[in-house]
Design a protein around this ligand. Structure first.
Ligand SMILES: NC(=O)c1ccc[n+]([C@@H]2O[C@H](COP(=O)([O-])OP(=O)(O)OC[C@H]3O[C@@H](n4cnc5c(N)ncnc54)[C@H](OP(=O)(O)O)[C@@H]3O)[C@@H](O)[C@H]2O)c1
Length: 386
């Protein structure tokens, strides 16, 4: 029986992970769960999966949960420290990192430092401090298994091959909800429209990132650190159907790809039971039904965020962390405070232009860049005319 901890258990990755646990109850034991503020969902999960320890973002949410779960054998903690305590609890083997955004960095790094293997969905920490995370994983004998479908596809396409034989990695991109719109139409896009992803059902932040193509920019940075391949050898290919999840081209010009219907339970389960595969009772991909697969080059004019990802890597140091923070602020402002869709890229661009990058020698450097860029991006958002 494998003991697991799920960070972000109430989100899309978290609930997909728990769906797998429910299908294989004899194989996984959930010992720790964390969430932000969704106390209702977490309470249901506590009753169903009986974790020993849980944590939520605020003391207020923790107090509510303690009242509701009085009498249950579960310890309920609060805040960043509480979440890190769950992430490092003794006895657990694997941590599913499924918090959204920079909030996942501290607990995911803490889990690595406590020697737990990581199934990594939460890409933002890899963007903020990829080298640090890999160095720490190496030092503590920890494996980081990719959960992001593209990185899982690359991971699977690399199996049994030599890294020296790789020519390039090709990340596929669905193009998101707005791929067919003109530049003019993008000016008047509402959050409701941008949240209509054609293939995947995900949390709102990553769905907006998919629409701007920032998600692919973040994934280029994530791939650079997960696979140790420089950005000049990472390409992006728009593939609307999300059937080919990504490809590896080798020196002999062979390409190896991983295909499947878009369902996160496949890459999550692969990370959970690596190297074995789980017999998931899901619909099979019927290629005759799909009929045809289409491919296109990314459009950097309509979707400038992808190039920002490449640029952040070329500058290096704290620049990816600054880019990530500015994106989080801009997406939040688009969803809740009237920032226009096309202004998301402007806010990130201007924050990056103003950022003086420094080397990342430890966690504090990444956190300080994150803090600085949030403040800068917020001031830029407030200065924009409404
Ligand atoms: N969803 C996918 O299919 C998918 C695919 C590939 C990669 N990813 C990556 O996986 C991560 C999670 O994505 P998602 O779609 O699952 O997001 P989501 O549905 O929004 O869920 C986010 C989770 O993080 C928790 N959370 C939010 N803010 C927090 C904070 N400040 N402190 C602690 N916990 C916090 C949420 O708790 P509450 O519910 O209580 O707010 C929730 O459990 C992202 O990095 C995303 O890029 C997701």
């Amino acid at each position: 029986m494998k003991s697991i901890i799920i960070l972000g258990s109430t989100g899309s990755i978290g609930t997909n992970t728990l769906d797998i646990v429910q299908r294989f109850p004899e194989e996984f034991q959930v010992v720790g769960l964390t969430a932000g503020g969704n106390v209702d969902k977490l309470e249901t999960q506590i009753r169903l999966f009986k974790p020993k320890m849980v944590a939520v973002s605020t003391e207020l949410s923790a107090a509510t949960l303690r009242t509701r779960c009085a009498g249950l054998p579960v310890e309920i903690l609060a805040g960043e420290d509480g979440i890190a305590q769950v992430a490092t609890m003794p006895g657990a083997e694997l941590v599913i990192s499924g918090i959204v955004g920079a909030a996942g960095l501290v607990p995911t790094l803490a889990a690595i430092r406590s020697g737990k293997h990581i199934a990594l969905a939460n890409k933002e920490p890899m963007v903020m401090a990829g080298k640090l995370m890999q160095d720490e994983a190496h030092k503590h004998g920890v494996r980081i298994f990719p959960v992001d479908s593209e990185h899982s596809a690359i991971f699977q396409s690399l199996e049994g091959h030599r890294l020296e034989d790789v020519r390039r990695l090709i990340l596929t991109a669905s193009g998101g909800a707005l791929w067919t719109l003109t530049k003019e139409q993008l000016h008047s896009v509402t959050p409701e429209r941008a949240l209509q992803h054609p293939n995947w059902k995900m949390g709102s932040k990553i769905t907006i990132d998919s629409a701007t193509l920032m998600n692919k920019g973040l994934e280029v940075v994530e791939a650079r650190w997960l696979f140790g391949i420089s950005e000049s050898r990472i390409d992006v290919l728009v593939h609307r159907e999300s059937i080919i999840h990504s490809l590896v081209e080798y020196e002999d010009r062979s390409m190896i790809a991983q295909l499947g219907l878009p369902d996160m339970r496949t890459p999550i389960s692969y990370a959970m039971r690596y190297p074995e595969r789980m017999p998931l009772d899901l619909p099979s991909l019927d290629l005759t039904e799909v009929g045809k697969l289409t491919f296109a080059k990314p459009d950097h004019d309509r979707f400038p965020c992808l190039n920002l990802g490449y640029e952040s890597l070329r500058v290096g140091g704290t620049m990816p962390a600054a880019m990530n923070a500015a994106n989080e602020v801009a997406v939040e402002a688009f969803l809740n405070s009237g920032l226009r869709f096309v202004e998301i890229a402007d806010v990130i661009r201007s924050t990056m232009d103003a950022h003086t990058q420094r080397e990342i020698t430890g966690l504090d450097d990444a956190l300080e860049a994150d803090r600085w860029a949030r403040e800068k991006a917020e001031s830029l958002v407030h200065a924009l005319p409404r």
